[in-house]
Design a protein around this ligand. Structure first.
Ligand code: BES
Ligand code: MN
Ligand code: ZN
Length: 506
């Protein structure tokens, strides 16, 4: 997709489809909406006044109204997109609104659209352009790559229309950042969409390495031999049932202007297919377990963005990629595995209760390795538990933290990313549930609080290092399309991880 900014009154923009945004300014409890277009006075409002007065359009979020040959405009079509109540107006609504416009154009075969930047006192110019850009790029994504009847309906050009008086620097910066962030999120989504046979751990490693080459990130992809050398007994135990070799993907972003510290460690779960192993999953919905690498993909996407944004902070990204398969070589419930040791300390002994709790095993060694590589602050992302969906539904991802400063930075970042995470506890009192009688810990903690139990397991490996854990199992894949987004892989956590990293750049 090609995006460019045009500084001109919207009425003068020649386009297949001009999109303008509208809000409802009526006070709470009012009998009918009062619609206002979010643009400085120009010829658009008169062109639609009669329709707006008619009351059929309420400016609800993602509501659309199409007019052909609007009077006095150069545009062939005018699309009004609702952003909801004035009191709730924010760049997040603009992100969805722009996505709605692009997804309105796609099935109609319109290859070019113009979107007028909404102007309102409560909308910061740069953040608004950024959100608008992100919405357009994210809205263009579809996951139909393997359909032979697929008609490429992607929108090729988006003109972002700024009133002539608009802050040019803000528009340029917002556009540039928005493209980087959203394309990185779509990069992650495309990886997540790939089925297990077409995205093995090895192939995921190649994709990550290719991306790193393109954006000047150092990358090494290791496999079994190096993992043995590092004594990654937990990660190796998950891989042993599969004929596909694992991939330990290590991405290092070390810009010359970065201070020695902090070093941010991103760790992603990269299970390219999760059958459950010997504790095999039921067949129903098992096909979905191709997205069990969504956390790893999110970290790869985040690395891509921060390198392009040239964030002056050292970041190391680790993705632990493997298939979890049953076979004559697979690990069994009851087995004991020794995780990667820290310098001068033995590795922790883990009793395997359920081979389907494999994510925490690969992450345990990923976290240990990130620390060994110098990470001072950790964040992991993983489709870790079904239980997080039981707790939080499919709206918020789960976040767990052992450090308030790091958590607060993440929460600050959410205001920019627009993503949603809800905190769950990792208090020491929960630790009893993962005690083992024959080893240091066990890999499951019983029926209650499954998402917390998994987090408690990871916390054992993060130890004193500030650590955030994102459980995205219930939000990484969405079955129903939204007006602003395709169904399927969401690329969740990419934007929030980027913003969290950026807080360290001051
Ligand atoms: N990959 C799954 C978690 C998952 C479930 C992701 C649904 C996406 C959608 C994970 O490896 C898993 O199997 N977790 C088990 C843990 C249990 C055995 C303690 C689970 O949630 O059932
Ligand atoms: Mn599993
Ligand atoms: Zn899994």
């Amino acid at each position: 997709m090609n995006l460019n900014t045009v500084f001109a009154p919207s009425a003068e923009v020649a386009t297949e489809l001009l999109t303008v945004f509208a809000i409802d300014t009526a006070p709470k409890g009012a009998a009918k909406p009062e619609i206002r277009l979010l643009m400085p006075e120009d010829a658009v409002t008169p062109a639609v006044q009669t329709v707006l007065d008619g009351g059929e359009f309420k400016a609800e979020p993602s509501e659309t109204l199409l007019l052909h040959n609007p009077a006095g405009l150069k545009a062939k079509r005018l699309l009004i997109v609702g952003l909801g109540k004035a009191a709730k107006l924010s760049p997040h609504e603009v992100r969805k609104g722009a996505g709605t416009a692009v997804r309105f154009a796609k099935p109609r075969g319109l290859r070019e659209v113009a979107i007028a930047i909404p102007v309102a006192a409560e909308l910061d110019p740069k953040l608004t352009v950024r959100a608008l850009t992100e919405g357009a790029v994210l809205g263009d994504f579809d996951s139909d790559t393997y359909r032979s009847d697929r008609k490429d309906r992607s929108v090729q050009t988006v003109q972002i229309v700024a009133p002539p008086s608009f802050d040019r620097a803000a528009a340029e910066a917002g556009l540039r950042e928005g493209v980087i962030v959203a394309e990185s999120q779509n990069f992650a989504r495309a990886l997540i969409n790939e089925p297990g046979n077409r995205l093995t751990p090895t192939i995921l490693g190649q994709r990550a390495a290719g991306m790193c080459r393109e954006f000047g990130i150092q990358c090494e992809v290791h496999s079994t031999e190096k993992m043995r050398e590092l004594q990654m007994g937990a990660f190796l135990s998950v891989t042993q049932g599969s004929d596909e070799p694992p991939a330990l993907i290590v991405m290092r972003y070390e810009p010359p202007n970065a201070p020695a510290s902090p070093v941010l460690g991103l760790v992603g779960k990269g299970i390219t297919f999760d059958t459950g192993g010997i504790s095999i999953k039921p067949s129903d919905n098992m096909e979905k377990m191709k997205y069990d690498m969504a956390g790893g993909a999110a970290m790869i996407g985040a690395m891509r963005a921060i390198a392009q944004l040239q964030v002056p902070i050292k970041v190391v990204g680790i993705v632990c990629a493997a298939e979890n398969m049953p076979s004559g070589k697979a690990q069994k419930p009851g087995d004991v595995q020794i995780a990667m040791p820290a310098l001068g300390k033995p590795g922790k002994a883990i009793e395997i209760i359920n081979t389907d709790a494999e994510g925490r095993l690969v992450l345990a060694d990923g976290i240990m390795y990130a620390k060994q590589l110098g990470a001072t602050h950790l964040i992991d992302a993983a489709t870790l538990t079904g239980a997080v969906g039981v707790a939080l539904g499919q709206i918020n991802g789960g976040i767990f933290a052992n450090d308030e400063d790091s958590y607060q930075r993440f929460v600050d970042g959410l205001k920019l990313s627009g993503e949603r995470f809800w905190r769950l506890p990792v208090e020491d009192d929960y630790r009893d549930v993962i005690k083992s009688t024959i080893a240091d810990i066990k890999n499951t903690g019983g029926r209650y609080g499954g998402a917390i139990n998994a987090a408690m397991f990871l916390k054992e490996f993060a130890e004193d290092t500030p650590w955030l854990h994102l459980d995205i199992a219930a939000v990484a894949w969405v079955d129903d399309a939204k007006p602003w987004s395709a169904s399927g892989p969401m690329g969740v956590a990419v934007r929030s991880v980027i913003e969290w990293i950026r807080t360290y750049a001051g």
